[in-house]
Write a protein that binds this ligand. Structure first.
Ligand code: NAD
Ligand code: MG
Length: 337
């Protein structure tokens, strides 16, 4: 299973370090992860070339950061390591058109999420090293921490490594983006993909947003003011999560009143009871069987029609309208809605 390599060998071999510096590193895509990886690697003394589509709106930002920009194909051709940092649903097409033709046994292909490799969408030839370096945070944080002399912890995995250098190259790359300063965790493409999808669906995005909406709607339906419902069930989530982030659940419970803590123990298990746990096990089964991946790939294939419809409906939830009004009054948010 997993093995925490922090404090063990959280340093790449000198050979891998030199290997990463001997040829350019191609960063394909300049979004959340791409901009952070490209700038951190460059500041670590690594020769970076950013690969973008013709006419990409991201070109000026990459050039303003002092980075070399080329097409994805030119970047892949020149590089020893190619990091595919574009949206997961766009990766297969770009891989097939621009990257696969320029792969050979001397090259390494890097992902920041295992989705396409694990679900068989991308199957690189067997002599190419295929690795993952997945920072456990958004690109903005990966860049900010690096500049502070710190880093964001990374999950590292090797899917295939004919050269014998794959793990060390992942370590060298993680070092280049600042990840080894915070520690790296060894995983597999399978484990990273399945736990990542489960976490965002059951807890972080799906679970939390439905929990907040259900609380908001329960109070509003009972006749309470929507503004108070929003504060209590949505806005204050951040205060609680910040306490958990810093001190775990115990830290949160030290930070809230005894009354809140007493209520917490009785109520939590009633809200998230056996029905929710059954739903979680079902979600996990759909992720593991590939059924979720097939649905998502199908959505992408049909132009995201259903996805865009759902997106529109969700944007119009009453809690969103109340929240926008309240945030506009909070000076520290800069009036941002
Ligand atoms: P993103 O959506 O922020 O960036 C996309 C960039 O890719 C765009 O800026 C553009 O330059 C390019 N792009 C967009 N559509 C394209 C297309 N059709 N063809 C070619 N190029 C296109 O992506 P991201 O969130 O940085 O995700 C990149 C990878 O990192 C994904 O595998 C994702 O799962 C993974 N990841 C993301 C995060 C995160 O917090 N965002 C965290 C860990 C891992
Ligand atoms: Mg995740």
């Amino acid at each position: 299973m997993t093995q925490n390599t922090k404090n063990e060998q959280a340093r790449p071999s000198d050979e891998a370090r030199q290997g990463l510096r001997s040829r350019p590193v191609a960063i394909i895509g300049y979004g959340s992860q791409g901009h952070a990886h490209a700038q951190n690697l460059k500041d670590s003394g690594i020769d970076v070339v950013v690969g973008l589509r013709e006419g990409s709106a991201r070109r000026p930002a990459a050039e303003a950061a002092g980075l070399r920009v080329a097409t994805a194909e030119e970047a892949a051709e020149r590089a020893g390591l190619i990091a595919l940092l574009i949206p997961d649903t766009a990766q297969k097409a770009v891989y097939e058109a621009d990257i696969a033709p320029h792969l050979d046994g001397t090259k390494t292909l890097l992902f920041a999420h295992g989705f396409n490799v694990h679900f068989g969408q991308i199957q690189p030839r067997s002599d190419v090293d295929v690795i993952m370096v997945a920072p456990k945070g958004p690109g903005r944080l990966v860049r900010r921490e690096y500049k502070l002399g710190q880093g964001v912890p990374c999950l590292l995995a090797v899917h295939q490594g004919a050269s014998g250098q794959a793990w060390d190259m992942a370590m060298a790359y993680a070092e280049g983006i600042g990840g080894t300063r915070a520690g790296v965790l060894r995983t597999s493409f399978e484990e990273e993909t399945e736990t990542d999808l489960f976490g965002e669906q059951a807890v972080l995005c799906g679970g939390v947003s439905e929990l907040m909406k259900a609380g908001f709607e329960t109070l509003v339906a009972a006749g309470y003011q929507p503004e108070l419902a929003y504060f209590e069930c949505v806005h204050e989530m951040k205060l609680i999560v910040d306490l958990i982030y810093e001190g775990g659940l115990n830290g949160m419970r030290r930070g809230v009143s005894d009354t809140a803590e007493f209520g917490d123990y009785g109520a939590g298990k009633r809200v998230i009871g056996e029905a929710s746990r059954t739903a979680m096990r079902e979600l996990l089964a759909e992720i593991r069987s590939g059924s979720f991946a097939r649905r998502w790939i199908g959505e992408a294939g049909s132009g995201f029609e259903q996805f865009e419809n759902t997106r529109r409906d969700q944007r119009e939830h009453p809690a969103e309208e109340v929240g926008a009004r309240l945030r506009a009054q909070m000076a520290w948010m800069g009036g941002e809605t």
